[in-house]
Design a protein around this ligand. Sequence first.
Ligand SMILES: [Fe+2]
Length: 216
Amino acid sequence: MSPYTPPVDTHEMVLIHRVLRREFGQLPRLFRAAAGDRARSKVIGAHAREMLDFLHTHHTGEDELLFHLLRERAVLDPELMDRMDTQHAQVDDAVTAIDAELPAWTASADPAVGGRMAAVIDAMMPTLIDHLAEEEQKILPIASVTLTQREWDALGKHGMSAIPLTRRLIILGHITEETDDAERQRFMRILPTPARLAYKLIGHRRFTRETTTIRG
Ligand SMILES: [Fe+2]
């Protein structure tokens, strides 16, 4: 990249990471509290399914569109990149374990299965938290001066295109939930105007109603 190219604004990934920390952080409690309650397991199961997909897409996007470009172009600490790969694999293992149990639990609310899934997430959280923090502190500053804007945007598009159209406003609510005004405005600026308007008119209300139901 030429020295005159401005750094890419990578802050949107910090907002995505907040969703992952917050939503996975509360899933164990929600799984356990829904024990034996099939109306609740249907709601929590659908939310968990969506968040597992969100996490999986986030990591595959990084594997396919970010890490290899950094490896090609930047001088990276090999231990850091190995750690990133190992952490992705550990988180993937947890996702696979929950994938295997979630459909049956969503239908049955079986307390033993819910307890097992909660324990898998509890065990995964320290790895996920370390991983996200290290990515923010060490990977994003390198990405911002190594990728072009178009390459960075491809990562966002990969994430967005994996979300069904009918769910995008809800995910937007998740991404902007823990933002201050400046962060929210900065993120909203990268969205097409119709999406911004739709969120303002109906999306935020839907998001609030849905998360209130989920969190109980
Ligand atoms: Fe990330």
